[in-house]
Design a protein around this ligand. Structure first.
Ligand code: GLP
Length: 247
């Protein structure tokens, strides 16, 4: 059996979250401008300023006619119309404002049968020709998508249980009185690693430990984001606060 080579992701440390967003939006818009681009997108607070920039670029002429988008993950058991669903998040923050028609973007359906839905999602990505560039954030515990520590590097899109830390981190996004779902559907780490390139954005001191562990420790399922070390073309854009524990 051959093992993929281990390599250090390319790390760029930028002065601020705004600088990270500028650079990430420039990289993504360049892909979007290429014919038949397939882009994987992430949710969370970190990518919000990137989406603001992409909205502005669409206003000033960036074409999305042939763009195809896939979202990393979705909460299990909540409807696409729910205030905290990732379907709604991306529809509101990006897809509707840039005028991307509904048949050009996909989010796993949190209400569908999880086994059928996750197989269907993988199939849809395959039929689109695979993902050209996958945007990723990182959880405080090093998760990517909703692949929590312990997720196999060969894992595929599937139903996963959320850790207490992740549920707590996502609590502010749920309407008061609502509980954070215990499970989610997420692209697997193996699925993510099949993207032709990976762009991770990391901002703020709450991510400093997770980023330092990715950069300084060997790849391990205990640190899901360290799977980037098995990818031939990955770049991490971090602001100074997130890079604080790196020398
Ligand atoms: C959620 C998402 C991840 C995201 C993470 C960090 O768990 N499933 O894809 O990277 O949050 O979010 P934030 O950028 O808000 O810190």
């Amino acid at each position: 059996m051959t093992h993929p080579a281990i390599r250090q992701p390319k790390l760029e440390i930028l002065s601020s979250p705004e600088a990270v967003a500028d650079k990430a939006a420039a990289i993504l818009s360049q892909k979007i401008a290429s014919p038949d681009a397939v882009i994987g997108l992430a949710t969370g607070q970190t990518p919000l300023p990137i989406y603001a920039r992409l909205r502005a670029m669409a206003q000033s002429g960036l074409k999305v006619d042939h763009l195809r988008c896939f979202t990393l993950d979705e909460y299990y058991g909540i409807s696409p119309a729910h205030d905290a669903s990732y379907h709604r998040f991306l529809k509101t923050e990006l897809f509707d404002p840039i005028g991307l028609p509904q048949d050009q973007w996909s989010v796993p359906d949190g209400l569908a049968d999880p086994v059928t839905e996750t197989a269907r999602y993988e199939d849809e990505i395959r039929k689109a020709g695979g993902i050209d560039i996958q945007l990723l954030g990182i959880g405080r515990n090093g998760h990517i998508g909703f692949n929590e520590p312990g997720s196999d590097f060969t894992s595929r899109t599937r139903l996963v249980a959320l850790s207490e830390d992740t549920r707590l981190a996502n609590l502010p996004l749920f309407p008061q009185g609502d509980h954070v779902p215990t499970h989610a559907l997420t692209m697997g780490i193996g699925t993510i690693l099949e993207a032709r390139s990976i762009l991770m954005v990391v901002t703020g001191e709450s991510k400093a430990r997770a980023l330092a562990e990715v950069m300084t420790l060997p790849p391990s399922p205990d640190r899901p984001a360290s799977a980037l070390k098995l990818h031939p073309d990955s770049i991490i854009l971090a602001d100074r606060a997130a890079a604080a524990l790196l020398s």
